[in-house]
Design a binder for this molecule. Structure first.
Ligand code: GCO
Ligand code: MG
Length: 413
């Protein structure tokens, strides 16, 4: 079987929950043997599809499926310019599909190929994003009742509740009144000061209501200036967050050393990283506690294995990014890595909708706050292409990706 080659590479796009997903299918010279990989960069999915179909497919057709490490390096070098989100996602789709194939050829789950388990299942965290305290309390209680021990708590969307577009409707508790100049352009406005006050009040409240027996995290989502992020981290110390995520944008990661030296809030960073140069110093200086990359944004499972091992040497734990903008194949791939990683921290998880289960069979199962793989070969997930076609994708211009400060300045999302 070592002479099995790549016969065809296809991209399958589908949108089962309002998020455009990209799955890559590699069909081989062995009848019935194929692999699936996740290539989801939902904001620019058509560019990823083109990168796979126009460049990786002609490059790889006819190549042997077994030499994943060689093909990964070839795909990275073949575009000359590299380490960007579009090409990395395209390579991820191929990379993960080849790991899926290798598991099927070995008749083993990928976690066995990676040395076997450190744990039977991965603890996961869910998203609570109520727009006021009542909604927040209700969502937290529901997750606790469902067995989750880790919950990310946001008040409304990133940057807090945004109010200016509510057309004069009554302002709900916690919503922000935005002070803007005449002619301020359209966008998703937020006020960093009101957001910071709301976050601190939210965690004071939820700790008072739910105590310290449940782990809470918060995602700043790069919405603050560095000194604001430092102040928020210090203000949150009494509430013992499991981690504070994306306190800074990738362009300001040097400030993490100052946060680290001035407060004890565990720090998580990485979902926006594409390039090893973005995480290398941050990990070596032990400036973060959890690495949060999105596996397909760095090129798939192959680089993520290396990143997990690199982080282990510095006491940094994994918390791979994985809400809803990845396929269940991608969710399974990162779960297999979670199971074999000694320095696993926590796994983000958004659940699977009925539509996703209609398209993807064999998805991991969550029970009492833990995510379990099946024991099928490869990643154990399959796709029904006819069902996928029932949920077509279309390019989207999300309002939350047009963030603005009160004076109208467009900022990082
Ligand atoms: C998270 C992320 C997401 C991103 C989304 C972008 O921590 O889950 O911040 O919510 O905003 O993945 O497409
Ligand atoms: Mg995030």
């Amino acid at each position: 079987m070592s002479d099995v080659t790549i016969r065809d590479i296809r991209t399958i796009t589908t949108n089962p929950r309002g998020v455009d997903l990209v799955c890559v299918k590699i069909e081989t010279s062995e009848p019935g043997l194929y692999g699936l990989g996740c290539a989801t960069f939902t904001q620019r999915y058509t560019a990823v599809v083109a990168a796979v179909n126009d460049y990786l497919k002609p490059l790889l057709i006819g190549k042997k499926v077994n030499n994943i490490n060689d093909l990964w390096q070839l795909c990275m070098s073949n575009s000359y310019w590299r380490n960007g989100p579009v090409l990395n996602n395209a390579i991820s789709g191929v990379d993960q599909a080849l790991w899926d194939i290798k598991g099927k050829m070995a008749n083993m789950p990928v976690y066995e190929l990676l040395g076997g388990k450190c744990r039977e299942a991965a603890a996961v965290y869910r998203h609570c994003e109520g727009s006021d305290m009542d909604e927040i309390d209700a969502q937290i209680q529901q997750y606790i009742d469902e067995g989750y021990h880790y919950i990310r708590v946001q008040q409304g969307s990133y940057g807090g509740n945004m109010n200016p577009s509510n057309g004069g409707m009554p302002v709900k508790a916690g919503q922000q009144m935005i002070w803007s100049p005449e002619g301020a352009p359209e966008g998703a406005y937020f006020d960093p000061d009101q957001y910071m006050d709301a976050v601190v009040e939210t965690f004071r409240h939820v700790r008072e209501k739910f105590g310290y027996g449940v782990h809470f995290m918060h995602d700043v989502h790069e919405r603050l200036s560095p000194i604001q992020a430092l102040r928020l981290a210090k203000d949150l110390e009494p509430y013992r967050l499991f981690f504070l995520e994306d306190a800074l944008p990738p362009e300001q990661v040097e400030w993490f050393e100052k946060l680290r030296n001035q407060c004890a809030v565990p720090l998580a960073m990485g979902e926006l990283f594409n390039n090893p140069l973005e995480w290398r110093d941050l990990v070596q200086k032990r400036c973060i506690d959890y690495i949060r990359v999105h596996l397909s944004q760095i090129g798939g499972l192959t680089p993520a294995i290396k990143l997990a091992n690199f982080c282990e040497a510095y006491g940094v734990r994994t918390a791979w990014h994985g809400p809803y903008d990845l396929t269940p194949v991608g969710a399974a791939a990162q779960l297999h890595l979670d199971l074999v990683t000694p320095n696993f921290g926590i796994q983000e998880f958004a659940g699977f909708t009925d539509e996703e289960r209609e398209i993807f069979s064999g998805v991991p199962e969550v029970r009492n706050g833990y995510l379990y793989p099946n024991d099928k070969p490869g990643f154990g997930v399959d796709i029904d292409e006819a069902a996928a076609a029932k949920y077509p994708c279309s390019p989207k211009n999300y309002k939350w990706l047009r963030p603005r400060l009160p004076d109208g300045t467009c900022v990082r999302a």
